[in-house]
Design a protein around this ligand. Structure first.
Ligand SMILES: Cc1ncc(COP(=O)(O)O)c(C=O)c1O
Length: 388
C-alpha cells in the first residue's frame, strides 16, 4: 500500500476545462475571465463579496488592513492556530496578543475574550481587531465573540482558511465577521494549488482590497501610486482550478464528514482516544479528523502513536503548536493558554483526504486499534449496522 498522506489535493475533473480555456485564450496572468467568475461564484456560494488572492495569508493581511490595523496597534488572536494567522499582524507593524481556546470547540474562548476586552477597556488599551480562527473545519462561537467585540466597536476578522463549507447557526463561515480569509493551499478542502480569498459583505471594502492586491495602481494611463499595495492577485489559471473545485464543495464536505464519522465509530470501543467535539450550533466539515490521546488509558503517548503510524506508512501530525509557545511569539502577551497547550500536546490529526479510500482508512484505523491493543476491524460495514 502506498503511503497514506494527511490531506491531498482532489481534483473533480471540471478543472481542466477552465485551465484549457485560459491557455487557449492566453489569459495566463492575474487578469481574466476565470478570476472574475471565480470571485462571483465563490461570493454567491458564501454570500459575500469575494476577492481572489495568491494565498490565505495574503487575504488575512488585506483583511487586517481593511479593519484599520496600523503600526503599534495590538490585535487579539487565537493562540491555537497555524502561524499564518498571526504573521500578517507583524507585517502591519502591529503586535499580537494571544487568547486561549475553549474545550467545547477548540476555538477562541468567548468568555475569556470578553474578560480580556473588559480589562483592556478599563485601561483604555483596546485592541484594533480580533482574529477568530475556525479550526479544522469548525466555526468559532461567533455570536458571543461578536457581542463581546461589539460592546467596544472592535472589528472581527475570521480566519476561515480551514473552514470553507462550515456553517454557524445556518450561516456560512466567511459572513460572520467584518471580513474573512480562506485558503486554497494544497491540503485544504478545495485547492487552486495555492491561493486564497478575502470575503466581506461591504462592496467598497472588497474594491479596496482588490486595489491593494494589484499594487494599488491609481486609475489613469501612467503608473501612478498614492498608496502602498501588494502583488497579491490570483492568476487566471489558478482561478480556473478553483472554479472546477468549487463545483464539488458540497461533495467534499460530505466525504470529509463521512471519514470523521467512520473514525469515530471505529474508535468507539477504544479507551483514551476522543474525537474533537462538534458544537451543536453548526456544521463541522471535519476538514481534518482530529483526536485527543489520553496516554494512561490509550497506552501510548501522542508522539509514540505518530511514530508508530509513520512506520506503518501513515502520515499524521500534531494539532497546531500554539502561538504563545512559538519562539517567534514567546514575548507576546497572552490570556490563558493552558487549554491550547493541552490540545497541542495530546491532539493528533489523522489522514482526512476526501480521496481516502475505505481500504486506506481501514489500515489507519487498524494501526491505531493495534497500538491500543484492540483487535483489527475487517470492514466498516459491521460498525455502521451496529451503530444503526
Ligand atoms: C488557520 C490557517 N490560517 C491561515 C493559513 C494560510 O493559508 P495559505 O497557506 O493559503 O497562505 C492556513 C493554511 O495554510 C491555516 O490553516
Amino acid at each position: 500500500m502506498k503511503r497514506i498522506l494527511l490531506s491531498v489535493p482532489h481534483m473533480s475533473g471540471y478543472e481542466e476545462k477552465y485551465v484549457a480555456e485560459a491557455f487557449r485564450s492566453n489569459w495566463l496572468s492575474t487578469v481574466g475571465p476565470n478570476v472574475d467568475a471565480f470571485e462571483k461564484e465563490f461570493g454567491e456560494r458564501v454570500g459575500a463579496h469575494a476577492v481572489a488572492v495568491s494565498s490565505g495569508t495574503a487575504a488575512i493581511h488585506l483583511g487586517l488592513r481593511l479593519l484599520g490595523v496600523r503600526e503599534r496597534d495590538e490585535v487579539f488572536c487565537s493562540t491555537l492556530t497555524f502561524v499564518a494567522t498571526a504573521n500578517p499582524i507583524l507585517y502591519l507593524g502591529a503586535w499580537p496578543v494571544f487568547v486561549d481556546s475553549e474545550r467545547a470547540t477548540w476555538n477562541l474562548d468567548p468568555s475569556l475574550l470578553a474578560d480580556a476586552l473588559r480589562a483592556r477597556a478599563r485601561h483604555n488599551r483596546l485592541p484594533a481587531a480580533v482574529v477568530a480562527v475556525h479550526l479544522f473545519g469548525q466555526c468559532a462561537d461567533m455570536d458571543p465573540i461578536r457581542e463581546a467585540c461589539g460592546r467596544y466597536d472592535v472589528p472581527v476578522l475570521e480566519d476561515a482558511a480551514e473552514a470553507l463549507g462550515s456553517l454557524y447557526k445556518g450561516r456560512p463561515a466567511g459572513t460572520l465577521g467584518a471580513a474573512a480569509a480562506f485558503s486554497f493551499n494544497g491540503n485544504k478542502i478545495i485547492t487552486t494549488t495555492g491561493g486564497g480569498m478575502l470575503t466581506t459583505t461591504d462592496a467598497r471594502w472588497a474594491a479596496r482590497a482588490r486595489f491593494w492586491a494589484t499594487q494599488a495602481r491609481d486609475p489613469g494611463l501612467a503608473y501612478e501610486h498614492s498608496e502602498m499595495g501588494y502583488n497579491y492577485r490570483m492568476s487566471n489559471v489558478a482561478a480556473g482550478i478553483g472554479r472546477g473545485q468549487l463545483k464539488v464543495i458540497d461533495l467534499r464536505v460530505e466525504q470529509r464528514r463521512a471519514i470523521a464519522q467512520r473514525y469515530r465509530e471505529a474508535f468507539a470501543d477504544v479507551g483514551g482516544i476522543e474525537a474533537m467535539p462538534e458544537a451543536a450550533y453548526g456544521l463541522h466539515t471535519n476538514w481534518l479528523s482530529c483526536f485527543l490521546i489520553d496516554p494512561p488509558r490509550f497506552g501510548w503517548s501522542r508522539d509514540q502513536l505518530i511514530a508508530r503510524l509513520d512506520e506503518a506508512g501513515v502520515e499524521t501530525r500534531p494539532v497546531w503548536k500554539p502561538m504563545h509557545l512559538q519562539p517567534l511569539y514567546a514575548a507576546s502577551p497572552r490570556y490563558g493558554g493552558e487549554v491550547a497547550e493541552d490540545l497541542f500536546r495530546r491532539g493528533i490529526c489523522l489522514p482526512s483526504s476526501s480521496s481516502l479510500t475505505v481500504a486506506e482508512q481501514l489500515h489507519v484505523v487498524n494501526q491505531v486499534r493495534a497500538a491500543a491493543g484492540h483487535a483489527a476491524l475487517e470492514d466498516f460495514a459491521a460498525l455502521v449496522s451496529a451503530a444503526a
